[in-house]
Design a protein around this ligand. Structure first.
Ligand code: DQA
Length: 140
């Protein structure tokens, strides 16, 4: 299987921003671990990050026919981007929504995701392991 891991707005700062919440590892390091994990299971993972909502919609659209699944941490777009929601609904590639933090234990606005309804499932609250668990869900 070939899985696309998409990270949205501000996730390029992982390891440098709010470390008490998002941990000390950079996104590059996390992605390396995900690539090794996928390879160890005989699969592959590719990576895309953007702070632009439109670019994320483009990456989701382009996944059709090219990937078997998407792991998506849309960052704050999660809470209000109907454009990303519609892009997910427009493709047949399954999407697993990811959050490193337990968004339900934080501010009120983080408790609502406009994406979950159109995703295959959601994994949150396990730090960088949320990505690993989401990736693994495709290999079960
Ligand atoms: C996040 C949670 C979002 O609420 C936040 O805006 C992020 C990261 C997470 O991984 O926990 O940027 O998606």
């Amino acid at each position: 299987m070939k899985i696309l891991v998409i990270n949205g707005v501000n996730l390029n700062l992982t390891g440098r921003r709010e470390r008490g919440i998002y941990g000390e590892e950079t996104l590059e390091k996390i992605n390396e671990e995900l690539a090794s994990f996928a390879a160890s299971r005989g699969h592959s993972a590719e990576f895309f990050q953007s702070n632009s909502e439109g670019d994320i919609c483009g990456a989701i659209q382009s996944a059709e026919g090219n990937y078997d699944g998407i792991v998506l941490n849309a960052g704050a777009f999660t809470h209000y981007s109907y454009a990303i929601r519609d892009a997910i609904a427009a493709i047949s590639v399954p999407v697993v929504e990811v959050h490193m933090s337990n968004v339900h234990a934080r501010e009120e606005f983080r408790k609502r995701s406009v994406l979950t309804e159109v995703c295959r499932g959601e994994i949150l609250g396990f730090g960088k392991n949320s990505y690993l668990l989401a990736l693994e869900s495709f290999f079960l």
